[in-house]
Design a protein. Structure first.
Length: 186
């Protein structure tokens, strides 16, 4: 099921569509003024403060079964939706989740800003470790010793042969004088 901006309902409610397609960039761009559970269509219907209205299929919300939803409400800060389940449990998601799935221009902007990573983590981290090690004019043996690894494990790490554990990343980051984030960022 595809998420949609429901022009018909928004028009019946008397809302006006902003002239700018990037309405979310304004001060109240991601602010919500209403959220409803539509059991018939199995959608969370959301209205933004600017007047935009969207219907988000609940199947897009991770871990939520449509048959378990009781109602949808806007959170206390008006930037998220809380789904209340029949058994009383709740789950929530931000207004930008709705925009990403319902507003093509928003998705395009986010996908351009944050490209999807298709390369395996181990390969990406290994290439980054090798680049940092070489920039510091360290040998593989020196890195291994500083990080408390065997030379073979350091070699496999750089070759991207496996995904390192967090503990290994911390030790390698310390040995290189960087943060773990520096090892895993694109």
């Amino acid at each position: 099921m595809e998420a949609v901006a429901d022009v018909g309902r928004a028009a019946r409610w008397g809302s006006s569509w902003p002239s700018s397609s990037a309405f979310w960039e304004g001060a109240d761009g991601e602010k919500l003024c209403g959220a409803w559970w539509n059991a018939a269509w199995k959608t969370v219907d959301v209205r933004f403060a600017c007047g935009r209205y969207y219907s988000l299929p609940v199947e897009l919300v991770p871990g939520v079964a449509p048959s378990s939803v009781f109602r949808a409400v806007v959170d206390d800060v008006a930037h998220g939706i809380v789904l209340v389940m029949l058994d009383g449990r709740t789950t929530d998601f931000a207004s930008d989740f709705v925009l990403y799935h319902c507003e093509p221009a928003y998705r395009q902007m986010m996908d351009a800003r944050f490209p999807k990573i298709t390369e395996p983590v181990g390969e990406r981290v290994g290439r980054r470790v090798r680049t940092l090690r070489r920039s510091r004019r360290m040998t593989l043996q020196q890195l291994a010793e500083a990080a408390g690894l065997t030379r073979g494990n350091a070699s496999r790490l750089e070759a991207g042969k496996h995904e390192p554990r967090l503990e290994t990343l911390v030790r390698v980051a310390r040995a290189l004088g960087v943060t773990v984030a520096d090892l895993v960022t694109v």
